[in-house]
Ligand binder design. Sequence first.
Ligand SMILES: NC(=O)c1ccc[n+]([C@@H]2O[C@H](COP(=O)([O-])OP(=O)(O)OC[C@H]3O[C@@H](n4cnc5c(N)ncnc54)[C@H](OP(=O)(O)O)[C@@H]3O)[C@@H](O)[C@H]2O)c1
Length: 218
Amino acid sequence: MRIVIAGGHGKVALLLERLLAERGDQVVGLIRNPAHAADVQNAGAEAVVCDLEAASAEDVTALLSGADAVVFAAGAGPGSGAPRKDSVDRGASALMADAAERAGVRRFVQISTMGAGQPPRPGTDEVWAAYITAKTAAEDDLRARDLDWTILRPGRLTDAPPAGRIRLARPPVPRGMIPRADVAAVIAALLDNPGTRHQTLELVGGDSPVAAAVRSIS
Ligand SMILES: NC(=O)c1ccc[n+]([C@@H]2O[C@H](COP(=O)([O-])OP(=O)(O)OC[C@H]3O[C@@H](n4cnc5c(N)ncnc54)[C@H](OP(=O)(O)O)[C@@H]3O)[C@@H](O)[C@H]2O)c1
């Protein structure tokens, strides 16, 4: 498969690129900072510079030509303010989905977050509220499209080694944590299981091996 990953230098993305490249997939990581290219290449992917807050749908459509799947792994990240939650966590996802439709790339896995899908709790910190609002809008945008989408809502991400055991289910799943390496393994398995399309799934650490958990959803 040829897989294009938005946010190609993200922590989950780099782990995913390595997993996919090792199993023989052709992987492209979209980055905005050319200095990140070497890390993406070391993970086994091709690095393509594309700032998703500046690119047009036409630009991104051209990059998706010949791809089999898109993974949205970008995010404005810690330290960013409310406007970038909207321009990246919502806007860049909608841009990728628009380009996927135009390019005829049907499979689209979006990394969202637990907490999306409901309004932020009253009194929530303004930036957190903007993040949850942006992720919810990105999910709604994707669900409305004619794509084979899967929305993955991980719990709090950690840099722990992969546990290989997860809890993956339709909402609501109780809050929890999940290593980024396990998120990457779940996305790799979702790409192999088109039966998971049109599902919104929550993910935390648990007892089920990744492959079995993903198969049970299909
Ligand atoms: N942290 C958590 O606990 C948590 C929980 C649930 C879900 N999530 C979500 O999980 C996803 C992956 O998390 P992560 O920790 O792997 O993220 P990350 O390391 O912060 O990576 C996000 C990537 O997005 C890129 N990006 C930002 N703006 C961009 C733009 N305009 N154009 C292209 N790329 C851009 C960043 O590039 P630069 O390095 O150039 O900024 C970065 O490489 C994110 O969507 C996050 O919201 C996080």
